[in-house]
Ligand binder design. Structure first.
Ligand SMILES: Nc1nc2c(ncn2[C@@H]2O[C@H](COP(=O)(O)OP(=O)(O)OP(=O)(O)O)[C@@H](O)[C@H]2O)c(=O)[nH]1
Ligand SMILES: [Mg+2]
Length: 475
């Protein structure tokens, strides 16, 4: 049976990282760089966060809490060619056009991309300096692959099938499970049956994503966002019911599936995390807690499971072979609940407290390992204003914004130009139950003028996030 043997591959991995760190150390002396990791499941708000952050730096946003900018020590920020030649560039201009000009949100991300921002600033002592900020964007689905790094095919198959057998959330994986029942894992490998199994398994994952919006721990992420790997053998596998004992006979169905799973893990997943997660200086973990609250108790549990499984892998400071993969670990980690503009500010405390409960274990572990931790509620782009509605129950702290065009679940239709005011509901004061909260999609807002007349995107606490993440590197 295949197990994940730490020995040889880890030693190679460590040596590679050490060499990389050495080369980078040399170049950082002349060109100080911060690699900022933006982590988040799909739809968490990564692309919007990166776009708003860069827009604020380059165009001068209203950032009173971001000291280097507020005090005037930053003389300018500009986009520069990124360090990795093989990775596409983050299409900043297109995303800005979408948010600012079209007042529409960017599309869901399908490929990895990277951006470098160079910040010119005056140090506190008065010297002129530059800092490069490197940021990577990627499809959130791929993050769900992180737990696969320490799982064998047998483990993954068993866990996935256990989930599929017990889940009661529609869509049910019936077509896949029926086909699975017709496959004998020990019989000779049958390519057509493998293709059909992978197709039905992928169809289930896709349907589950559309239905739930959030995703649980079952997915190999590239099945949903294959990038340029669509149709390759490394993506043509599925879980199988395996015999309790004994290795897979050579040439059998399960031997073939296992080989493909291993290829997916070692050739697709491992390099992605090695190249983009292993060398982070700072890390922000974005969590769309509000959509989960809207989805009810099971959606919240789903989000918690997925986050726990993913954050478990950032075992900062623990003696595990994954340490090698994630060293040097980020020394500052910010956990952020996104889209806080969907709440009145009086509810932001509750949102932060909810996020703390969701990520408790990961937060404690990162703190133990010596990383500086903070938890905040933010909106990278603030799409609403606040208002007080007077109803039967007295005054309700509400929000006002332009509703996105389309049909709502309550049957109302909006043309995309109508302002509505609503009370989004209450967040739970304790526990991880769903609240009676409604998450609404508003259009991005028009630009606002800052005090010196610069047009800027409104936000909530984006400046506080920046101060925590890179403020100390601009002193
Ligand atoms: N109101 C509001 N909505 C936001 C904000 N940020 C993101 N959203 C909403 O969340 C959706 C997803 O945001 P993205 O930035 O595309 O999310 P992502 O993490 O890049 O998602 P993937 O690319 O699918 O992994 C957007 O289409 C918006 O509807 C925000 O600050 N305020
Ligand atoms: Mg994205």
């Amino acid at each position: 049976m295949s197990t994940v043997t730490p020995a040889v591959s880890d030693i190679i991995e460590q040596a590679r990282l050490a060499a990389q760190a050495f080369v980078e150390f040399g170049s950082h002396l002349f060109n100080p760089t911060v690699r900022l990791g933006v982590t988040g499941l799909s739809r968490a708000g990564k692309t919007v966060f990166i776009t708003a952050l860069v827009h604020g730096l380059v165009r001068g946003g209203r950032f009173p809490v971001f000291e280097p900018l507020a005090s005037g020590r930053i003389s300018g920020a500009r986009l520069a060619p990124q360090p990795d030649d093989a990775v596409p560039r983050f299409d900043y201009e297109r995303h800005v056009r979408s948010i600012v000009t079209d007042r529409d949100w960017p599309d869901s991300t399908r490929q990895i991309s990277e951006l470098r921002v160079v910040i010119d600033y005056q140090s506190i002592a008065g010297a002129m300096r530059t800092l490069s900020l490197d940021i990577v964007d990627y499809p959130g689905e791929w993050l769900l692959d992180l737990p696969l790094l320490h799982k064998s095919y047998e483990q993954w198959s068993a866990e996935t099938l256990a989930y599929l057998d017990r889940t009661t959330r529609p869509p049910l994986p019936k077509p896949f499970l029926e086909q699975l029942a017709s496959i004998d894992a020990l019989a000779p490998a049958d390519e057509n049956a493998a293709i059909e199994a992978a197709r039905l398994f992928t169809a289930y994952l896709q349907a589950a994503r559309i239905e739930h919006r959030t995703l649980s721990v079952v997915a190999p992420g590239r099945f949903l966002m294959p990038g340029d790997l669509a149709g390759s053998p490394a993506l043509t596998f599925a879980p199988l019911k395996l015999p309790a004992e004994g290795g897979p006979p050579a040439g059998s169905m399960c031997a073939m599936m296992q080989r493909r799973y291993d290829a997916y893990r070692d050739v697709v997943v491992r390099p992605f995390f090695r190249d983009h997660f292993a060398r982070l200086d700072r890390q922000i973990v974005l969590v769309d807690a509000l959509s989960a609250l809207d989805g009810g108790a099971e959606a919240v549990r789903d989000l918690q499971d997925a986050l726990t499984a993913v954050l478990e892998c950032f075992r900062v400071g623990r003696a595990s072979w994954l340490d090698a993969l994630f060293r040097p670990a980020a020394d500052r980690i910010l956990f952020a609940a996104t889209k806080a503009d969907l709440l009145h500010h009086t509810a932001h405390d509750r949102l932060e407290a909810f996020l703390k409960r969701l990520t408790e274990v990961a937060v404690a572990r990162a703190g133990e390992a010596g990383a500086a931790i903070d938890v905040i509620a933010l909106a990278a782009v603030r799409a609403t204003r606040e208002a007080v509605m007077r109803g039967e129950g007295g005054e309700l702290p509400s929000i006002v914004g332009t509703a996105m065009a389309g049909e709502w679940s309550d049957g109302r239709h909006f043309d995309g130009n109508t302002e509505i005011a609503l009370f989004p509901g209450d967040l739970p004061a304790e526990g991880l139950k769903g609240g009676d909260f409604r998450s609404i999609r508003f259009r991005p807002p028009p630009l606002e003028e800052t005090d010196d007349g610069t047009p800027a995107l409104p936000h909530i606490r984006l400046d506080r996030a920046l101060q925590f993440l890179i403020g100390d590197r601009l002193r």
